[in-house]
Design a binder for this molecule. Structure first.
Ligand code: IMP
Ligand code: MG
Length: 424
């Protein structure tokens, strides 16, 4: 026997309900590793302890026997992490089972300033980032100028790396007057972070290798979604990390050959926060009604999410790219309250139908019109906890999604709570 390794990511633009699915697997997991992203993520979980929105803390935190690793591929924000665990502790959740990879990149207060300045420069609404400094922090990681979590441990190293970094930023934004651009701002802050975080910071790779050797159950948790991937997503309206299953393995520090299950979480309808193409978007009253029923407001920024029908072309692209073994479909209950569902199997582009998701160019996606559409009538399913009890149209809808993606459907979310799951 060897370790069981389950990677879970979002199939579309994030907010598919990954938190709920990871929470399900985490109940029997030894380790949950958050692989990429930072506190731009908002994973909503409702269980016996209450309702929580997690940003950096992995969704295994509610299982006291599970270790939770904030992985090397993440960008770690000490300020928001300290707040997040204080909130958890206030609600009686033990946070001692968290480890932070010493190799992870740091998000510094200056990155948040920079994120806002860059968005302003882009004009016209920009990318619509969460303003959490995610892009600038990953940029500094890639250019090899940024700080790592480990640097918190030593004042001289920290300041030695920070000084030239801040100098470069001041040169780039000569008109900016924020105190976050100056070293003084960080002197006390670094010491405070060290006191609060020392117990959590560790060489997570050494830990992970030990777990892999001991036939453990390891869950890798993604953030955002496949179509926000920095290489394969709808550029430039994407996040700055690798959100695919391949990216998750890299970020978590798990060798690809160890993977046993790749789970794609899709929502029964689509949503997107921030700008960028969205061919199946529902605008006007219908969109407003779906948004209200699903309470589709950003868990991190509280922005209203754009909502639309399930895009079959994007779903196929995503499942082929990720190589899913299983799909989890969430929020079928919301769609059944809405009363209707639609799936498109192709787009109309330049006067012709196509089944191909456009490459690397959001402006092409903006011109795609959904076509070859099936409609489904959705009836009340609030009482259903077995697949065979679903109304026939809902079964048909689920099977269609499985057929389009060529992937078996293993879990269906029919409500907010931990028990509101159909397991197939
Ligand atoms: P950033 O990750 O803050 O740089 O934002 C880049 C894009 O990703 C924007 O469109 C955000 O709205 C989107 N985004 C970032 N994190 C999430 C998330 O957790 N869920 C959904 N969208 C996200
Ligand atoms: Mg979210």
């Amino acid at each position: 026997m060897s370790a069981e390794v389950i990677a879970v990511n979002g199939g579309k633009w994030g907010d598919e309900g990954k938190g709920k699915i990871v929470d399900y697997f985490a109940q029997s997991a030894d380790v949950v590793i958050r692989a990429q992203g930072g506190d731009n993520a908002g994973h909503t979980i409702k269980n016996g302890n209450g309702k929580f929105v997690l940003h950096q803390v992995p969704s295994g935190i509610f299982n006291p026997d599970c270790l939770n690793i904030i992985g090397t591929g993440t960008v770690f924000n000490p300020v928001s992490f300290i707040n997040e665990i204080a909130n958890l502790q206030e609600k009686g959740i033990d946070a001692s089972n968290i480890r932070i990879s010493s190799r992870a990149a740091l998000v510094l207060p200056v990155h948040i300033i920079e994120d806002k300045l860059r968005e302003k420069q882009r004009g016209n609404g920009g990318i619509g980032t969460t303003n959490r400094g995610i892009g600038p922090s990953y940029t500094d990681r890639t250019s090899r100028d940024g700080l790592s979590v480990a640097d918190i441990n030593d004042l001289d190293t920290f300041m030695g790396k920070l000084k030239p970094l801040l100098k470069r930023k001041r040169d780039s934004y000569p008109d900016a007057e924020n105190q976050e651009l100056h070293t003084d701002y960080y002197e006390d802050l670094r010491g405070q972070w060290f006191l609060e975080l020392e117990e959590y910071i560790t060489d997570s790779q050494a830990l992970i290798i030990k777990y892999l050797r001991h036939d453990s159950k390891i869950v890798i948790e993604g953030a955002q979604g496949t179509l926000l991937d920095k290489d394969y997503g709808t550029l430039p309206y994407v996040t700055s990390s690798s959100t695919t299953i391949g990216g998750l393995l890299q970020g978590a520090g798990i060798p690809p050959s160890a993977l046993t299950q790749a789970i794609g979480v899709f929502k029964a309808y689509d949503s997107r926060v921030g700008n960028g193409g969205f061919p199946t978007e529902l605008k006007g009253e219908e969109g407003d009604r779906l948004r209200e029923l699903g309470q589709e407001y950003g868990a991190t920024t509280n922005r209203p999410r754009r909502v639309g029908w399930f895009d079959g072309v994007a779903a196929l692209y995503s499942s082929q790219l990720n190589g899913y073994t299983d799909i989890a479909l969430t929020r079928l209950d919301t769609l059944s309250e809405f009363g209707e569902a639609q799936i498109n199997y192709s787009y109309f582009l330049n006067g012709e139908p196509t089944g191909i998701f456009p490459a690397n160019n959001n402006y092409t996606l903006e011109r795609c019109i959904p076509c070859n559409i099936s409609k489904f009538e959705m009836k009340d399913i609030s009482w259903v906890r077995k697949f065979k009890d679903l109304p026939s149209e809902a079964q048909f809808y689920c099977n269609r999604i499985s057929q389009i993606t060529g992937t078996r459907l293993s879990l269906i979310g029919v409500g907010e709570g931990r028990e509101d799951l159909i397991i197939i």
